[in-house]
Design a protein around this ligand. Sequence first.
Ligand code: SF4
Ligand SMILES: [Zn+2]
Length: 193
Amino acid sequence: MPKCKHCNKESITISQSLGVCVDCIRRDFKNVRSQIEKAHTDSRKKYGLPVYPPNDPDGISCKICVNECKIPADGISYCGLRTNKDRKRTSVSQNEGNLEWYYDTLPTNCVADWVCPAGTGAGYPEYSCTEGPEIGYKNLAAYLEKRPVPLYMDDLPTTSRNHAFGCLDIARKKGLKHVRIGNIHLLGEHIDP
Ligand code: SF4
Ligand SMILES: [Zn+2]
């Protein structure tokens, strides 16, 4: 059972990572503040992130969100998405991107399942893995994001064709089956590595 490090109360509602109960936070904030700050620091350091938004007067600025980072040389931003390398702001690259993925139990992903053979078995059953609805199968839906959640970075380019086809190639080499690129007409121009 989680225990409050300040008053020793035990309760399932006490956050283990914070280590203090809500009553102590409300009634004795001054004395539990350092414990809360330690939890914040530990949670950031665990992922190699700065504890506070960097504010180097000579750093590279980003004003996309309220943190308004000024990233020092060879440093990293508060969100962890941007760095300052050789006085250049970096984010995604040929080899690294912001991806979002999930298992989708709806076999057709974003297409209406009642018009898909995987949803009903009707129409083109040769494209379905089972007779009738594909129960028990999942899509691995993956997206190269322009929009790292929860931040919107509108200066990131659209996913390029060569990035998308490169991902497709890697996924197939890893043994993933039935991997496809969605609407290629929405992809951006080829980008040189
Ligand atoms: S988007 Fe990231 S780099 Fe930019 S200001 Fe916000 S936390 Fe800093
Ligand atoms: Zn307490």
